[in-house]
Design a protein around this ligand. Structure first.
Ligand SMILES: NC(=O)c1ccc[n+]([C@@H]2O[C@H](COP(=O)([O-])OP(=O)(O)OC[C@H]3O[C@@H](n4cnc5c(N)ncnc54)[C@H](O)[C@@H]3O)[C@@H](O)[C@H]2O)c1
Length: 365
């Protein structure tokens, strides 16, 4: 049987290597179950370990090869001890976002039964929202490629918060489209614009474009929140939110907070989508404190593989890939419901391998 999909695979550093392998294992089980062949992989060397060995952070033609695949899957990149000359960490994945315009950072936040709830309120069981983090500009604009900081002297450094009309327009259209999709799937589909429009001109501009785009989506209920109030509300009443659209740095911080509400970083899946390229990865890093101990929770990576299959179903017009994505979601859901998934991250007895095998078994059932 020929290959249905081509995946550029960047396993990266630390637990990234283990959780990427776990995600591939479960994805292949789901594909087999729906009668699809294994993907073809283009393994691309990149990351802090590779930088230490090779003096560069990604293979010479690695960025181009990544963009040529149907989708990119990444484990995690970075080790705090390995840095560029300017003191920042090795981060070729930020260049991939920049190069391929991966503006839509999709970060689902969902409470699973029997997974830890950090909030005592019983409504925390119903947390099911998505943070849409713009991922190419905002306050990360300076970080995406070196040399973009506005002022760098030994007395002062200034980074730029950049909001552009084309990217923000695409982002808000993506947000409304996502809200519509979720509404069709029985969620509220309410879309909240999270900004700091009371203080920053750039953020007032972000909201202005939101209001322009919203006129095309009269079916979607909208709300507004300043980012500081949103941080409060994510602790106080996260069950009231469905889709949040926000600037890059705000989304970076809020999505860790939200990941914490439903367990920890090991549950935080992530898709980064542009007009023609999609990159999928767990939102967590290489977790140096647990490297090589079989302690990493692979579910964020596994759920990210599900997001990748959903994306590929639409991109390649293949419904079976969407069915495979659904199998992964259902396996995680029912695994928690039956108490068959007990990751060590939450004080359970199952390491990376045991969790992976269990999800694969549930997918195959
Ligand atoms: N997208 C990425 O590749 C990415 C994202 C964030 C951080 N990083 C890099 O990763 C390195 C470590 O960063 P950090 O420590 O700030 O963040 P981290 O996400 O790696 O770890 C934060 C904490 O969460 C825990 N954790 C993370 N993922 C887990 C999992 N799957 N299962 C169980 N526990 C998990 C870790 O053990 C640690 O205690 C740094 O070099 C950083 O630059 C990379």
């Amino acid at each position: 049987m020929g290959y249905a999909i081509n995946v550029a695979l960047i396993k990266g550093d630390g637990i990234g290597v283990d959780v990427a392998s776990a995600a591939i294992h479960v994805m292949e089980a789901a594909l087999a179950k729906v009668g699809e062949p294994k993907p073809a992989y283009d393994n691309i060397q990149a990351g802090a370990g590779y930088y230490r060995e090779a003096g560069r952070d990604i293979e010479v033609d690695g960025e181009k090869r990544a963009g040529d695949a149907d989708a990119i899957f990444l484990g995690a990149i970075g080790l705090p001890s390995v840095r560029y000359a300017d003191g920042t960490e090795v981060s070729p994945h930020l260049r991939l976002r920049d190069r391929f315009g991966l503006y839509a950072g999709v970060r689902p936040v969902k409470a699973y039964p029997n997974a830890p709830q950090r909030l005592a309120d019983p409504r925390a069981r119903a947390i099911d929202l998505v943070i849409l983090r713009e991922s190419t500009e905002g306050l990360f604009y300076s970080a995406a490629a070196h040399g973009r900081s506005l002022v760098v002297t030994d007395d002062e450094v200034q980074d730029v918060l950049r909001i552009t009309r084309p990217t923000t327009t695409r982002l808000h259209h993506f947000a409304f489209g996502l809200a519509q999709k979720r509404k069709q799937r029985g969620k509220s589909g309410k879309l909240t614009c999270v900004d700091k429009a009371n203080v920053f001109t750039s953020m007032a501009f972000f909201r202005k474009i939101f209001d322009e785009v919203r006129t095309g989506y009269p079916d979607i209920e909208v709300g507004y929140n300043y980012v500081d109030a949103q941080a409060l509300d994510l602790v106080r009443k996260p069950w009231d939110f469905d889709v949040l659209v926000t600037e890059n740095m705000f989304g970076d911080i809020l999505s860790d907070l939200a990941g914490g509400l439903v367990g920890g970083m090991g549950m935080a899946a992530c898709a980064e989508i542009g007009d023609s390229v999609g990159l999928f990865q767990p939102a967590h890093g290489s977790a140096p404190d647990i490297i090589g101990q079989d302690k990493a929770n692979p579910l964020a990576a596994i759920l990210s593989a599900g997001l990748m299959l959903d994306y590929l179903a639409e991109k390649l017009g293949n419904q079976r890939l969407a069915d495979a994505a659904m199998l992964i979601d259902e396996a995680v859901d029912s695994g928690f419901a039956q108490n068959l998934l007990r990751p060590m991250e939450f004080g359970g007895d199952m390491g990376t391998i045991a969790v992976t095998e269990q999800v694969a078994t549930l997918v195959e059932a």
